[in-house]
Design a protein around this ligand. Structure first.
Ligand code: PEP
Length: 250
């Protein structure tokens, strides 16, 4: 199905007041010269949400966070709730990025709870799923991504029509190794079928690809029928590259 694509940058733990300012100004200038034919978002570290919200005012770039708490409020030191994010003009939040699953022990159940909190606060969660290299080599790719997505579907029922899914093979994140367009498409088609079986309104759920997407390989990946956009790490910090990827997402 043809739908407007989404290109979302994940800055990870990078940036600073000055660097963010130059990066956003360069993106805004680029988009003024060549308006995007897709939705665009940047997912920034928590302390800079307010700064970037200010920089993005009047622009169509959506503001995103990189995480959200699985809890509503209370004694959860260091956590940031979905309602707080909403207060700061946040529209998207990543949930279950592989770096959170791997280094912070986020389980499928925790990720599903984060998605619930995000949806309840009116945010659009970008749910990240993907297999490790060992899982791919063991022939478990489909089983793993379906299990990760099923946890989110079970906890959220028909509300899942409001999510965005990002298929990010762990072996491709930050490694320079990209899934081939065919490898990515194959998994995206499986996820599309799973979403459609779960909800009659799932037809418009965007399924992004992430994992070393860059200015050189974006067009081919984005041309696949079930790839509805990209979640971009490293290349999102380079305005020219990020703008090239946006231009490829017509
Ligand atoms: C990511 O952080 O979600 C990501 C895809 O990173 P990279 O593009 O650097 O592989």
């Amino acid at each position: 199905m043809m739908m407007k694509k989404l290109i979302a940058g994940n800055w990870k733990m990078n940036g600073g007041l000055t660097a963010n300012d130059s990066l956003v100004q360069a993106l805004l200038a680029g988009l003024a010269a060549q308006p995007a034919g897709c939705d665009v978002a940047v997912c920034v570290p928590f302390p800079y949400l307010s700064q970037v919200h200010g920089l993005l005012a009047q622009s169509s770039i959506g503001l995103g966070s990189q995480d959200v708490s699985a809890h509503e409020s209370g004694a959860y030191t260091g956590e940031v709730s979905a309602t707080m994010l909403k207060d700061f003009g946040v529209r998207y939040c990543l949930a279950g990025h592989s770096e959170r699953r791997l280094y912070h022990g986020e389980t499928d159940a925790v990720v599903a709870a984060k998605v619930q909190r995000a949806l309840a606060a009116g945010l659009t969660p970008i749910v990240c799923i993907g297999e490790t290299l060992a899982e791919r080599e063991a022939g478990q790719t489909e089983e793993v991504v379906k299990r990760q997505l099923a946890a989110v579907i079970q906890a959220n029922g028909h509300c899942i029509s409001e999510i965005v899914v990002a298929y990010e093979p762990v072996w491709a994140i930050g490694t320079g190794k990209t899934a081939t367009p065919e490898q990515a498409q194959q998994v995206h088609a499986v996820l599309r079928a799973q979403l459609q079986a779960a909800s009659p309104q799932a037809g418009h759920i965007k399924i992004l690809y992430g994992g070393s997407m860059n200015a050189a390989n974006a067009a081919q990946l984005l041309a696949q029928p079930d790839i509805d956009g990209g979640l971009i790490g490293g290349a999102a910090l380079k305005p020219a590259d990020f703008l090239t990827i946006i231009a490829a997402a017509k």
